[in-house]
Design a protein around this ligand. Structure first.
Ligand SMILES: [Zn+2]
Length: 363
């Protein structure tokens, strides 16, 4: 069993920052405070594995979901990048929402535009600071959070160092990447050393959409948040296919966001139009690789995207996620419940499939 932080003897859950996310209710706040009181300040708690089991049922005896798409917004990130200064997010606000919507554990990541702004030393420093912050959250709330560490992918030496630190020191659960970096997508040959190392570590790689540099501000009035992240998710997969990354590094478990963006509806065309001179890069076939990927469903459980996704891949590859705090959790949870899945399939999406990726969370 894997333990986070220093292992045994993690003491006390503590609140840093004010309670009160926009969506928080007084009832869930009271429930959370009650739980804290039951835990008791200064109480020595068992290590993470045991707490993960407790968290899967408590508080309220109902928490069950594993949220694979959940963002931290560290103060150092806001200060350094100027991004998301208007978010009222705190770690306690995440916990409050998780308790309200029966989420046992959330895997933390940094959202787009990520930590790369063209300067390698700054990107190394920012990724390290963000990863330390998220790792502290994992320690502060045992069992409630996991960590997808940020890395400065265009800086391969810095990335290899951060992968090592994230796994060996911070005990990360995976690595968080973006769909593109300036004019490069993840399958670019320049990124091979990082994927070699991730393959060696059997890594889970969470790929978050972003607005690529080619396609910013193309249409006046249209923001990248409307559709561009989901187009770029498809480009990232094309890049990983045509460069042979999927077949060359088969131990990596990739997670795409938003039900795969536009990939499910374009999969047939990608299969038909795949460049003939690169078929040797996908010796098992294109559909084989697409069916191996994991698809997180935040903000994409509407009937159309979920219909396309469930026609492309088996339910075993679908993961629950919310994209909180960028999105209200209900924008995912309500349509998912209304889609007509069996109780068994819903459970697999809510946590069963994620338990295969993160066996340390198994209840
Ligand atoms: Zn997100």
């Amino acid at each position: 069993m894997k333990h986070h932080g220093s292992g045994s003897g993690v003491t006390a859950v503590h609140l840093d920052g004010q309670m009160g996310a926009p969506l928080a209710s007084d009832a869930s706040r009271r429930e959370f405070l009650k739980t804290l009181a039951a835990v008791g300040a200064g109480t020595v708690l068992p290590a993470r594995g045991l707490l993960a089991q407790t968290a899967s049922r408590a508080p309220g005896g109902k928490a069950r979901r594993i949220d694979t798409h959940h963002h931290a917004n560290p103060p150092i990130y806001v200060k350094t990048t100027g991004q998301f200064a208007n978010w009222t997010w705190t770690p306690a606000a995440s916990i409050e929402q998780m308790d309200k919507y029966e989420i046992a554990t959330s895997m933390l990541s940094i959202t787009q535009p990520g930590i790369w702004f063209g300067d390698a030393p700054k990107a190394r420093s920012l990724s390290r600071a963000c990863n330390e912050y998220m790792a502290q959250m994992v320690r502060d709330y045992p069992g409630r959070f996991g960590l997808f560490a940020a890395v400065p992918l265009p800086d391969q030496d810095g990335t290899l160092r951060e992968i090592e630190y994230a796994y060996d020191t911070l005990k990360a659960d995976g690595i968080g990447l973006l769909t593109s970096y300036e004019d490069k997508w993840p399958g670019d040959p320049a990124f091979v050393p990082a994927f070699e190392e991730l393959n060696r570590r059997n890594a889970v790689v969470f790929i978050h959409g972003t607005g690529p540099s080619c396609c910013q501000h193309l249409i006046p009035g249209v923001t990248a948040t409307m559709a561009e992240y989901d187009f770029d998710t498809t480009r990232a997969v094309e890049s990983l296919l045509v460069n042979g990354t999927f077949s060359r590094f088969p131990n990596i478990r990739f997670i795409l966001i938003h039900s795969g963006g536009t990939l499910p509806v374009l999969a047939g065309r990608i299969n038909d139009r795949f460049p003939k001179d690169r078929l040797d890069r996908v010796p098992n076939g294109i559909m084989y690789e697409l069916k191996k990927l994991y698809y997180e469903v935040a903000h994409a459980t509407y009937a159309a995207p979920l219909s396309a996704l469930t026609k492309l891949i088996p339910v075993s590859q679908i993961l629950f996620g919310t994209d909180y705090p960028a999105e209200s959790m209900l924008t995912t949870i309500d349509p998912l419940a209304q889609f007509g899945l069996s109780a068994e399939d819903l459970h697999a999406i809510d946590r069963g499939n994620a338990e295969r990726l993160f066996p340390q969370l198994k209840a």
